[in-house]
Design a protein. Structure first.
Length: 493
């Protein structure tokens, strides 16, 4: 099975065809036939929870940047992205950027990081976003801006994009082999985790001083916070029991509340996971990976290296612990939660449904719309348990032309409070403004999930949409990306 087995959404010209396709495949995704605009639009409605007031229901997802300086400072490319986020019209900016709390925790050597100039740099980025938002929308009322704080843990590459420097919490029987981690490779000690917690405290104080409304304590996508939630096999204060595996969050929150009083806190969470996937050797050919299949896990049961999955059958979700986690967020008076799933490193089809795989990925193991539906349904189930939380949903970009129809229905029916956009705003930053204003979508800017926004950075190139954003399409980096792809094809990768 490959992408040719699935109907391309870009070839569908009307929403009824899309709705019929969903029905024929028994895919449970809500979809409105008619889009509403202005004050009548569910997506244009404000949202109030306590002291948080968001002006509409679109959110810009935090994305990892690959265009900062070696010492973690923004460049003009970084400012360009933030200005485009401001111009989007979305009133909830969830992170704008994944910013490393220390150099060692950077996922790439061009990721922003908290350093000596961070207050000034982040203030300037925030101000550039606000100015562009006001120019585009006419008002900054209801604009809520956060910053995602992260440590990349197992996926740290702070000094060179081709040199992993993993900081691991436990030995993983599958991922260790992939990353070349030996059995005697050292784990982060509890004292080192405590130092990272202090780094989060310091970073939150910097964020507060830079004027942001909230910080996101990242717990998704296989990075440190997420790996802590799956540290069932780790000894000590930060592994084993649920209480120990969430100690990191509790201690970070305590310090943030002490050092940055009044700063709100959010959490982006991989609400469920699955075992790592790989290209099927039987359907792979040089330069073209086969469809994704799970790594063999029968010898690993019960599976003890995941969060939000069924230990007896780890390709199935189990929301028992995610529900416990959201209860903890409620106890900690955390109002903002952003749902994602899995990891782009070991199961990208789950985290970021796409028709075309990234260079180091695999063909879709099934109809990508099933992945969209699964994320939406999990977000709905968790929202039903915790109606008081402000929830953001993910995986909407794959819907392409029909994203507004599904987003409107999801918000109207209470599946989620806000619809998060990541890849889509790299190619089509003004989609939220166009939808709420009732303008026709600009088809030439709609993300078709070519995955170059993933492939390019992994080849050491800056962040951006190479196929659709003219700035990148005509750049020297685009030529480098083509050459990188050709080299991989020639090598049979």
């Amino acid at each position: 099975m490959n992408q040719n087995s699935f109907l391309r959404l870009g070839g569908m010209r009307d929403v009824e065809t899309f709705r019929n396709y969903l029905q024929a495949l028994h895919i449970s995704i809500p979809c409105d036939t008619k889009l509403l605009a202005g004050d009548a639009s569910p997506l244009g409605q404000p949202l109030h929870r306590g002291d948080v007031a968001v002006g509409n229901r679109f959110a810009i997802q935090p994305m990892e940047g690959w265009d900062g300086t070696a010492d973690g400072r923004p460049t003009e490319l970084t400012f360009r992205r933030w200005r485009r986020f401001g111009a989007s019209g979305a009133k909830l900016i969830w992170g704008g950027e994944a910013v490393a709390v220390c150099h060692e925790g950077r996922a790439n050597p061009n990721q922003l990081a908290i350093g000596p100039h961070a207050i000034a740099d982040l203030s300037r980025l925030r101000e550039a976003l606000i100015q562009e938002h006001e120019r585009s929308v006419g008002s900054v009322a209801g604009l809520v801006i956060g910053l995602q704080l992260t440590h990349s843990g197992r996926y740290s590459r702070p000094n060179s994009h081709d040199r992993p420097e993993p900081r691991i919490l436990y030995h993983h029987p599958i991922l260790d082999k992939r990353l070349g981690i030996t059995d005697d490779y050292p784990l982060l000690a509890d004292r080192e985790i405590k130092q990272i917690i202090e780094d989060f405290h310091r970073a939150a104080r910097v964020t507060h001083q830079a004027g942001f409304d909230f910080v996101d304590i990242k717990h998704c996508h296989g990075y440190l916070g997420h790996e802590l939630l799956s540290a069932h096999t780790r000894p000590g204060d930060y592994g084993g029991s649920f209480e120990n595996r969430t100690r990191f969050l509790r201690e970070v929150v305590t310090g943030v509340r002490s050092l940055a009083p009044g700063l709100n806190i959010g959490v982006r969470l991989s609400a469920f996971d699955t075992v790592p996937f790989k290209p099927d050797p039987q359907s792979s050919v040089p330069g073209k990976p086969g469809r994704g299949v799970p790594e063999s896990f029968k010898a690993l049961l019960p599976y003890r290296w995941g969060f939000g999955l069924n230990a007896a059958n780890p390709i199935e979700p189990d929301l028992t612990e995610p529900i416990q986690f959201l209860s903890l967020l409620s106890d900690l008076d955390i109002k903002l939660v952003n749902f994602s799933a899995g990891s782009p490193y070991y199961n990208p089809h789950l985290q970021r449904p796409a028709l075309y795989p990234p260079s180091d990925g695999y063909q879709p193991p099934g109809e990508p719309l099933l992945g969209v539906a699964q994320q939406m349904q999990v977000a709905r189930a968790l929202k039903e348990h915790f109606p008081h939380l402000i929830t953001v949903g993910s995986a909407y970009t794959y819907l392409q032309e029909f994203l507004p129809h599904v987003a409107q229905a999801a918000v109207r029916e209470g599946w989620v409070d806000c619809v998060g956009l990541g890849r889509m705003v790299l190619s089509y930053p003004t989609l939220p403004l166009d939808v709420i204003s009732g303008r026709v979508m600009q088809r030439k800017h709609i993300c078709r999930t070519f995955s170059d926004c993933t492939t390019a950075p992994r080849a050491g190139l800056p962040s951006g949409c190479y196929p659709l954003d003219a700035y990148y399409r005509e750049s020297d980096e685009a030529a480098q990306l083509k050459q990188s792809k050709q080299r991989r094809t020639d090598k049979g990768e």
